[in-house]
Design a protein around this ligand. Structure first.
Ligand code: FAD
Length: 411
């Protein structure tokens, strides 16, 4: 009973926490509303393992620092749980960062800040032996010539660009390996189709309650981890923990498309800095495509996302939306990455992004440019995790397991 933890939510965050706790000898009930783990935001995203470049507008530099730290731990920690090499994750080609004519930081300002990040990277790799997705890049960012940019991109929309060492993994491959590891681990019991409705205190422990197929269930434990992402603040509140101000939920769509053979070594690209988009080119001849102004189709400052977002965030998208969204995202993307017009869309789905703020990413002062106030908060044996990014989840999983172990030793 003492060495047991209830982990709520089976996205990347909940699964990594469950696997680390299970490796340390804890018995874990992993409780999830869907029938399989890894079925929501953790699979329906871009898979970029952030080196901090996207968050370079955080003037305090806390977010780039945090992302860099997490990125260097992503693969080493994952290999503890899923025991595979980075090659098994269908890693895409390195990203170009393309500076839009409408970017609110110009190429020179970006270059200065990237240089600051580079220095930080050199310092941290001097001290630590961690690698970035299995290798140690000599440099994170290099300014690109216009001639190089023009090989793949429409330079009329750009004021400049950088070649970077940043990479994205294929989240469907990650899902495959994590699902397998969770299923195989004898210390983990996966409880699918269990919707969690509330948490209450019970002496020195907790009671988690919910419903399954219209019947109520109840589970008790001395320690509980809340890794539900979209329902985190609502469930915290049932335990009396006040939600933060300025919660923001966004529903963002993506397209996965087949690409022709000749594109498979083309670069991945992110346009900065404002309301732009990304392309990831993967070795299995697929591409991730998203264009923020048309892909972000839901915005809510409520404590939980609207019910209508439930279906697209589980991958259920009606045919007419599939056609309309894929056509629009490809049309907008081919304006700056012309080869994208040769893609054939095969998946359209959406994920929910939980953050804090009132204004959008094209506002220089938006809180969306910061993602440093995330991670684990513990209230005795209740640990509530704000994942923040796919990139940070393995690092926060280790932190959560350390906290659970510390509490266990005090019991
Ligand atoms: C389009 C898009 C692109 C993104 N791109 C990137 C990127 O390139 N790089 C990056 O680092 N991050 C990216 N992110 C962010 C990243 O996807 C998330 O930070 C991360 O997946 C969150 O993981 P999680 O496990 O906390 O959440 P989830 O994967 O959503 O897992 C939470 C789990 O809890 C379950 N759950 C929730 N409520 C309940 C309840 N009441 N009862 C039972 N179960 C419940 C859910 O069903 C789900 O399985 C992106 C997000 C989106 C949407």
């Amino acid at each position: 009973m003492k060495r047991k933890v209830l982990v709520l939510g089976a996205g990347i965050q909940g699964c990594c926490i469950a696997l680390e706790l299970a490796n340390r000898g804890f018995k874990v009930d992993l409780i999830e509303q869907d029938s399989v783990p890894f079925n929501r935001s953790s699979i329906r995203n871009e898979g970029k393992i952030h080196l901090g470049l996207v968050y370079i507008n955080d003037t305090g530099f806390e977010t780039p620092k945090l992302m860099l730290k997490a990125a260097l731990r992503f693969a080493p920690y994952l290999s503890r749980w899923i025991g595979i090499g980075v090659k098994d994750l269908n890693v895409g080609t390195p990203f170009y960062y393309l500076v839009s004519n409408q970017s609110f930081l110009d190429t020179e300002q970006l270059e200065q800040r990237y240089h600051q990040l580079e220095k930080l990277y050199c310092k941290s790799t001097e001290k630590e032996s961690f690698t970035y997705l299995g290798y140690k890049p000599d440099k994170l960012v290099q300014k690109s010539s216009e001639e190089n940019l023009a090989k793949h991109f429409n330079t009329d929309c750009l004021q400049g660009g950088f070649y970077t060492s940043e990479l994205a993994i294929d989240t469907s491959k990650l899902a495959e390996h994590i699902r397998k590891a969770v299923k195989k681990h004898s210390n983990i019991t996966f409880l699918g189709n269990h919707r969690i409705l509330g948490i209450s205190k019970n002496g020195s422990g907790y009671i988690v309650e919910g419903e399954k197929n219209r019947s109520n269930w109840k589970k008790k434990s001395l320690q509980v981890v809340n890794a539900t992402w979209t329902d985190k603040f609502k469930l915290d509140e049932t335990l009396g923990i006040s939600p933060p101000k300025e919660i923001l939920h966004r529903l963002k769509y993506r397209v996965i498309a087949d690409i022709p053979e000749e594109m498979k070594n083309f670069p991945s690209a992110t346009m900065v800095i404002g309301k732009f988009g990304d392309v990831v080119i993967r070795p299995d001849k697929t591409a991730y495509i998203s264009w923020y102004p048309d892909a972000c189709r839901g915005w809510s400052n409520s404590i939980e996302p609207p019910e209508s977002w439930n279906e697209p965030s589980r991958g259920i998208v009606p045919n007419k939306d599939f056609d309309e969204i894929s056509e629009q995202l490809i049309r907008e993307t081919e304006k700056w990455y012309p080869a994208i017009r040769n893609c054939t869309p095969k998946i359209v789905d959406a994920g929910i992004i939980v953050a804090h703020g009132k204004t959008d990413v094209d506002n220089k002062k938006s809180r969306l440019h910061e993602r440093s106030n995330i991670g684990v908060t513990s209230y005795d044996g209740y640990h509530s995790v704000e994942t923040g990014k796919l990139t940070t989840a393995p690092m926060f999983a280790m932190d959560t397991a350390d906290r659970a172990e510390k509490i266990y030793r005090q019991l």
